[in-house]
Ligand binder design. Structure first.
Ligand SMILES: [Zn+2]
Length: 175
C-alpha cells in the first residue's frame, strides 16, 4: 500500500496520522513456509526540509507457520513499533535504507522487515502442545515431546525417528 505524502512535503515538520492495511508475501524460514494475514500499520509521517519522510508507528499482523512441536498449524500475533526515515530519490536497490520517489511511500518493505524481525523463535499451536507422540509407531514407547529436548532443532526428534526406522529396515534386509 502506498502512503501519499504530498501534503507532508508541503508542510515540513507537521505530523500526519495514517492507518494502512499492507499485504505481506509468504516467506520461508529454514525451508519452512510462513504466511501472513494483512498487516495493520498505524502511526504518523512527517517530512523534513530535505524531503526525508519519517514514518513512525506500530505494525500488527498474524503470522502462520507449523508448530515446532507437533507440525500442526500454529499462529503468532506480531506487534512491533517502528520508526524509519524514507530518503527522497535514493537507490531502490539499496537494502540499507528506505527510499521513495514522487510523493508516495511504498509500505511493503517496511511491513515485511518488521514482521520478519519480530517473529517468535518457535511457533507453537498452544502453550500445552503435547508434542510429537502421535507420530510414534505403536510398537515403540519413545517419547518425542520437544519439551524434553531443549536446544535441539524442532525437527531433530522426528528426523531421528525416521533415521532409526531406516536403519531398522536396513538391518532386516541384511539379516
Ligand atoms: Zn503443537
Amino acid at each position: 500500500m502506498k502512503l501519499d505524502v504530498a501534503q507532508a512535503i508541503r508542510q515540513p515538520g507537521t505530523a500526519f496520522p495514517f492507518r494502512a492495511e499492507q499485504a505481506i508475501a509468504p516467506q520461508e524460514i529454514y525451508g519452512d513456509p510462513v504466511t501472513f494475514d494483512p498487516a495493520v500499520m498505524e502511526g504518523t509521517y512527517r517530512a523534513q526540509e530535505d524531503g526525508t519522510v519519517t514514518v513512525t508507528g506500530r505494525l500488527s499482523v498474524t503470522a502462520h507457520a507449523k508448530c515446532a512441536n507437533c507440525l500442526r498449524p500454529a499462529q503468532a500475533e506480531v506487534s512491533a513499533g517502528f520508526e524509519e526515515d524514507f530518503l527522497f530519490g535514493g537507490d531502490p536497490e539499496d537494502d540499507e535504507v528506505f527510499v521513495y520517489s514522487g510523493s508516495a511511500i511504498e509500505l511493503d518493505r517496511l511491513a515485511l522487515t518488521y514482521a520478519m524481525l519480530n517473529l517468535p523463535m518457535r511457533f507453537l499451536c498452544s502453550a500445552d502442545c503435547p508434542g510429537l507422540q502421535e507420530y510414534v509407531a505403536d510398537d515403540k514407547t519413545v517419547s518425542l515431546c520437544q519439551k524434553e529436548l531443549p536446544g535441539q532443532h524442532p525437527f531433530a526428534a522426528l528426523q531421528r525417528l525416521l533415521t532409526e526406522e531406516e536403519s531398522a529396515q536396513a538391518d532386516d534386509g541384511t539379516a
